[in-house]
Write a protein that binds this ligand. Structure first.
Ligand SMILES: [Fe+2]
Ligand SMILES: [Fe+2]
Length: 261
């Protein structure tokens, strides 16, 4: 079973790159399942029903999110009608939406996806480790093939989660920093790991945003509108081959593909 996980999709350029590149990626890597973080898919911040549907129609099976999930007005209600879109499981128990999902791949196979959010340099949430323990136990009753997106800032917290879940899930991958790391590996007990998948968005930018606007914000210290940048896009992510019985990883390949709009 081969899955592709794509890092934070940023705005329209990111969505267009996904739609354009996914068919050839599916052929090249014999993909059975595609998961992507979509927290920046709607104009760089948050998600809407329309952007979610656009990404699902482009061939994504599950969309994870993060700290920007509620940035678009009304999405806290819309998420209830989008079962393939999940938000961090360790948000308040009263938060709308769900933190994990299990999808069917063909007749027999099932893949579970769990979304978590870190607590280091991030908005307050419940403990991601405790949430991981509960949710992974729940998912493992349905499938051994489990992908975990830990949406977090700190490398240490992400590596610790990888080690904490090693042998229990197929992949622990980080999102949120928008910068891909080069530490892909299969951990000692068989879980694939990558600290950050990177983003799918405009490369000539600061994390997908217009360079001059971001510099102006830092230099002036004043509020500043941050538009999504234009120009060449990069789709960043990771392909993992997993054993259908054990769920453990057999291969992990980092992908970083340029795309000119
Ligand atoms: Fe993001
Ligand atoms: Fe984020």
């Amino acid at each position: 079973m081969n899955i592709l996980f794509i890092g934070d999709i940023v705005g329209k350029p990111g969505r267009q790159a996904v739609a354009a590149l996914l068919p050839s990626l599916k052929r090249e890597h014999h993909l059975d399942c595609v998961i992507a973080n979509g927290e920046n898919a709607a104009h760089g911040s948050g998600m809407t029903t329309a952007t979610a549907k656009e990404l699902l129609a482009a061939g994504i099976d599950v969309i994870t999110t993060g700290d920007h999930v509620w940035d678009q007005k009304g999405f806290e209600e819309e998420i209830e009608n989008l079962p393939q879109v999940i938000r961090p499981a360790n948000m308040a128990t009263s938060a709308p939406g769900r933190g994990s999902v299990v999808i069917n791949i063909g007749d027999k196979a099932r893949v579970g996806v769990l979304n978590l959010q870190g607590r280091v340099f991030m908005p307050a949430t419940d403990c991601p480790f405790r949430a991981a323990q509960t949710e992974v136990a729940k998912l493992r009753r349905q499938t051994n093939m489990i992908v975990v997106d830990l949406h977090a800032e700190a490398t240490s917290e992400k590596i610790a989660m990888g080690r904490y879940l090693d042998g229990q899930v197929s992949l622990v991958v980080g999102t949120h920093t928008h910068v891909q790391t080069a530490d892909e590996q299969i951990l000692p007990k068989g879980t694939a790991y990558l600290t950050d998948a990177g983003m799918c968005g405009p490369h000539d930018s600061v994390l997908g945003r217009d360079v001059n606007m971001v510099i102006r914000k830092f230099v002036s210290g004043m509020p500043q509108r941050l538009e999504v940048a234009t120009g060449k896009v990069e789709l960043c992510g990771v392909v993992v081959e997993m054993d259908e019985l054990t769920g453990l990883a057999q291969k992990i390949i980092r992908v970083r593909i340029p795309y000119a709009l």
